[in-house]
Design a protein around this ligand. Structure first.
Ligand SMILES: NC(=O)c1ccc[n+]([C@@H]2O[C@H](COP(=O)([O-])OP(=O)(O)OC[C@H]3O[C@@H](n4cnc5c(N)ncnc54)[C@H](OP(=O)(O)O)[C@@H]3O)[C@@H](O)[C@H]2O)c1
Length: 314
């Protein structure tokens, strides 16, 4: 099968498009013919060897894909060859990839393969942040950073659907415009404007109930200071740095809560997919690339020159 893999960390040029053997399928695994695989920032971190990532060469990236079931392991029930599915698995930058059966879900009817491939990682993470950690309530005000990121495009839609008021940040007017189209009420250009000042202006000095964040160091202080007393801060990533200064006194005296998000459960994913099936949330596909152009897709991701998700088509 054709796949994109790398043997050593480095710039996008380390990605090799070539024929490799098909992946082995364990008893509880499902082999999927990949029609679409979305990029996650983790792919870039792994390829460049940053953020504590590790790999065993040759390594095929891609945890987030959609396609048709080719074959199921001997212990798998309820999934048949030919089923149209989405999966959180391994080796999605390839014509065939494997996922554990518990992480394979039916492709929602209204989704294309491209849209389906955006859901398992970014969508589930946003679901976790909004529903299970922050537990966003109607009427609350939520500050969401990096509005153009995969995670935040889902978080904006979820918060809007819940009846919360969203303030989104992004590094361009174009992204802020697109965030408004998804339901954000206000936009802050984080490269040109002061996040804290703008939040205070929008909330009449009160601050926000919730911050949903994954940029890290450069925006931490402004985001933390943006919380109103009793506010909740949820982080799922540290794209631009993980070290911050935290004033513990301000946490307890203002009754703040800081929460992290790990990997959601299959039950969380099924709950999220119900909302997708109802048409309340959708995956935003910025651009698709043939699998052979995976390196170009990585360059676009590194340049942050996109809104939503980048998708590879084997
Ligand atoms: N915990 C989990 O299970 C989990 C799951 C998924 C993702 N994550 C993490 O969540 C983060 C987002 O992932 P993703 O794939 O959705 O992201 P993505 O699409 O790669 O996010 C890109 C966005 O990050 C912003 N950004 C990047 N560097 C920045 C900087 N130095 N300063 C300000 N903004 C910056 C950019 O905003 P502008 O260009 O507009 O400035 C860009 O829109 C990553 O850290 C990822 O590892 C965690």
């Amino acid at each position: 099968m054709k796949a994109v893999y790398f043997n050593e960390v480095g710039s996008p040029e380390v990605l090799i498009y070539r024929e490799i053997p098909e992946p082995p399928v364990g008893a509880n695994d499902v082999l999927i013919r990949v029609r679409a695989c979305s990029l996650n920032r983790l792919d870039v971190f792994t390829r460049e060897g940053s953020h504590g990532t590790r790999f065993t060469p040759p390594h095929v990236l891609g945890g987030d894909f959609a396609g048709e079931v080719e074959h199921v392991g001997i212990g798998v029930e309820g999934i048949q060859p030919g089923d149209r599915v989405i999966a959180n698995g391994r080796g999605g930058y390839a014509e065939l990839a494997v996922a554990r059966a518990e992480r394979v879900y039916s492709l929602p009817e209204r989704c294309t393969f491209d849209e389906g491939a955006t859901l398992p990682v970014a969508g589930l993470t946003a679901w976790q942040m909004v529903m299970n950690r922050a537990r966003v309530q109607p009427g609350e005000t939520v500050l969401i950073t990096a509005a153009g990121s995969g995670v935040s495009t889902f978080a904006i839609q979820l918060c809007h659907t819940l009846g919360a008021r969203v303030i989104a940040t992004a590094g361009s007017e174009d992204k802020l415009e697109k965030a408004r189209a998804l339901g954000a009420e206000a936009g802050i250009h984080h490269r040109q404007e002061d996040i804290l000042e703008d939040v205070r202006a929008f909330t009449a000095g009160e601050g926000v109930d919730v911050v949903l964040e994954h940029i890290g160091t450069p925006v931490w202080k402004a985001c933390f200071e943006s919380l109103k007393p009793g506010g909740r801060f949820v982080t799922c990533g540290v794209t631009a740095g993980h070290r911050v200064e935290l004033h513990l006194g301000r946490v307890f005296s203002r009754g703040l809560t800081i929460m992290g998000v790990g990997r959601g459960t299959p039950a969380d994913m099924r709950a999220f997919l119900k909302v997708v099936a109802q048409g309340k949330v959708r995956g935003i596909v910025h651009r698709t690339f043939p699998l052979a152009q995976a390196a170009e897709a990585h360059r676009v991701m590194e340049a942050s020159n996109f809104f939503g998700k980048l998708v590879l088509n084997p």
